[in-house]
Structure formats: C-alpha cells, structure tokens
Design a protein around this ligand. Structure first.
Ligand SMILES: [Zn+2]
Length: 234
C-alpha cells in the first residue's frame, strides 16, 4: 500500500472518531432534558398532593366559620324568643332555631368527615412523597452522570482533533486535497476505501477501467467514478 494512503487511513480513523464523539455529545443534552422533565413531573405530583391537602383544610376552616355564624344566629333568635310576648311568635322562632341547629349538625358531620380525610391523605401523601423524592434524587444523579460524561466526551474530542491534526500535517497536499474532496461529498466516514475486483469498497459499484488503472498504478489519488470516494490498492 502507498505510504500516503496509509497516512490517510490514520487520518480517516481519527476524524471518524471525532465525528462519532460529536454525535454522542449531541445526544447528552437531550438526555439531560428528559431527566429534567421527569423531575418536573415528580415535583408536580408532590405539589398536587400537597395542594389537595391544603384544599381539605381550607374547606374545613370554611365549615368552621359557617358553624360559628350559625351559632351566633341561634343565640340571637333565643334572645328574641325571650323578648316576644305572643305564643305564635315564640313558636316560629323555635322552628327557626331548630332548622339552624340541624344545619349546624350537618356542618359538624362534614367537618369530621373532612378531618378523617385529612388524616388519611396526610398519611398517604407522606408515603408517596418519599417515593417521588427518591425518584427525583435518582434523576438528579443521572443528570450529574450525564454532565460528567459530557465533559469526558469533550476531552476525547479534543484529543481526537489534536491527533487528526498531527496526522494531516504529515500528508502531501495532493493526497490531502483528494481526501477532503471525498469528505465534501460524504458527511460520514469512510472517505478512503479499498478497491476490490474493480469494485468500490464504499458504494460497491464497479469502477471504470480508467479508474481501476489509476488505482492499480498507486501513484496518484483516484476517485470512484460513482461515489467520489478515494480508492486505494490493498
Ligand atoms: Zn464508490
């Protein structure tokens, strides 16, 4: 094999590695975003549970106020009752007092129901909240791992670039230019491929006799006439 082609193969390997690492690097922020979205979901569940508790408590306080205001009314009607002279007025007030006391009873029953609900919900919220917090902790750990991975990949890319530059510096201009032309046509490796039985090792199509001759002579860069990759004799 031509010594310059050997150098090109080294360059190709390093540049291909750089591209692979860059593709990996693009994936990492997406994974970080996914983990962040999961954390937000867990947090939203925690918040919703807490909100549900708060609403029960708000409703209970409202009922409490209602009971107080109804009790005030009862006191008022009882005072009026003592002041009235007529029997029918006395009885009418008595009915009103009964109605209000029945309402108070209903409110108090609801209050007890809400207190039971509050206790149950508090217990289950504490359990599920611990589970959600544990999930959050795991996702945060994952983000930490991804950030470290990103730094490691960035460092590897730096190494690959340095190594590629070192390899490129050693290659004669006409070979390097031919290689860059092949790269220009193909975003991904390989750009330098072997020719086997007059077939291109990149696109697998048959090359022309002229190209085959050039490859076999192994003196000048020769491109596949189908895909433009640089061909070499093994
Ligand atoms: Zn080809």
């Amino acid at each position: 094999m031509n010594a310059d082609v050997e150098k090109l193969l080294t360059l190709q390997e390093r540049e291909a590695r750089k591209l692979t690492l860059e593709a990996q690097l693009l994936q990492v922020p997406r994974e970080v975003d996914k983990a962040k979205a999961k954390i937000a979901e867990e947090q939203a569940t925690i918040d919703a549970d807490r909100q549900a508790l708060k609403e029960i408590e708000v409703r209970r306080v409202e009922l409490d106020k209602e009971v107080q205001s109804l009790e005030t009314q009862v006191v008022k009607y009882k005072t009026q009752q003592m002041e009235v002279k007529k029997n029918d007025e006395y009885t009418a007030l008595g009915h009103q007092i009964e109605t209000i006391e029945a309402q108070i009873g209903q409110c108090e029953e609801q209050e007890i129901e809400l207190m039971l609900q509050f206790d149950e919900q508090t217990k289950s919220t504490a359990e599920t909240e611990a589970a959600h917090k544990e999930q959050i902790r795991l996702f945060e750990k994952e983000i930490d791992r991804l950030n470290k991975q990103m730094e490691a990949v960035q460092a590897e890319i730096g190494d690959a670039v340095t190594a590629a530059e070192a390899a490129a510096g050693d290659i004669p201009a006409k070979w390097l230019e031919a290689y860059r032309n092949a790269q220009h046509r193909h975003p991904r490796a390989p750009w330098v491929v072997p020719m086997r039985d007059q077939h291109c090792g990149g696109c697998y199509l048959k090359t022309s006799g002229e190209v085959e001759g050039a490859v076999l002579t192994d003196k000048e860069p020769a491109h596949c006439d189908n895909c433009g990759r640089l061909l070499y004799r093994e």
